[in-house]
Design a binder for this molecule. Structure first.
Ligand code: ADP
Ligand code: TYD
Length: 211
């Protein structure tokens, strides 16, 4: 670790299931690495060995497997390990960290769409995590289009997709509200465009945020 190196930037991608976040997070890593930047791609739930083990508990199985309250605890346990083992060491090393989901997903999935638990989410975040992203891309898309894309993958990690179309509509509204509340940090990108055009819009928003 270089003591003179400035702290890296923390960028997150958020959105409903199948919105194209993972595609775009990876594509931004490639674009920034092409410019010579050192990046770390990561994801939630997961991103460290312990958090990946917790991920399996969360994304597999019956939609009723966990209550929203238990989910909040599991996501925070995973996030704390991810933060300690992956995110903070990379940021301290001056690297740009790009995460496919972070706390905004808990704010919207558990805080708004699963249950009205936003206050609980905020209290736990303040106590156990604290870290916020410097820049967040919210990939916005019609849930019917996204649900088809998501379910087409048939990955066995469909517990949240199985909660249905209205759930995805509530999520979309939740993410758009969050963007309105945090206009400096959150950039809403139209995810219905081609992969290349979404990628161009992300890069343009990144460049304008860096000015
Ligand atoms: P998420 O991480 O938000 O669930 P993914 O990036 O995994 O979404 O994309 C879900 C599916 O949709 C994948 O099969 C991916 O190849 C496809 N996809 C992603 N972006 C687009 C796009 N702009 N247009 C069409 N298909 C896309
Ligand atoms: P992910 O693998 O990103 O799903 P997808 O590719 O379908 O978008 O995330 C797994 C699921 O976990 C996803 O449905 C969203 C959910 N989730 C929460 O409910 N709360 C959270 O805090 C996080 C990080 C994810």
């Amino acid at each position: 670790m270089n003591a003179n190196m400035s702290r890296g930037m923390f960028i997150t991608f958020e959105g409903i299931d199948g919105s194209g976040k993972s595609t775009q997070a990876k594509s931004l890593v490639t674009a920034l690495e092409t410019k010579g930047m050192s990046c770390v791609w990561t994801r939630e739930p997961g991103g460290s060995e312990g958090a990946e083990a917790i991920r399996k508990l969360l994304v597999e199985g019956d939609p009723d497997r966990w209550s929203p309250e238990t989910e909040i605890l599991l996501f925070n346990a995973a996030r704390r390990d991810h933060l300690e083992k992956t995110i903070l060491p990379a940021l301290e090393n001056g690297q740009t960290v790009i995460s496919d989901r972070f706390v905004d997903s808990t704010r919207v999935y558990q805080g708004v769409a699963r249950a009205d638990l936003r206050e609980t989410v905020d209290i736990l975040h303040k106590t156990m995590i604290q870290q916020e992203a410097d820049l967040t891309f919210i990939i916005d898309i019609d849930p019917e289009v996204a649900l088809k894309r998501g379910l087409a993958r048939n990955s066995g990690e469909d517990r949240f997709e199985d909660m249905g179309l209205q759930f995805q509509k509530d999520l979309r509204a939740g993410f758009l509200d969050l963007a309105k509340q945090n206009p400096n940090r959150c950039k809403v990108i139209d995810g219905s465009q081609s992969m290349q055009d979404v990628g161009k819009a992300v890069l343009a928003a990144y460049e304008s945020a860096m000015k």
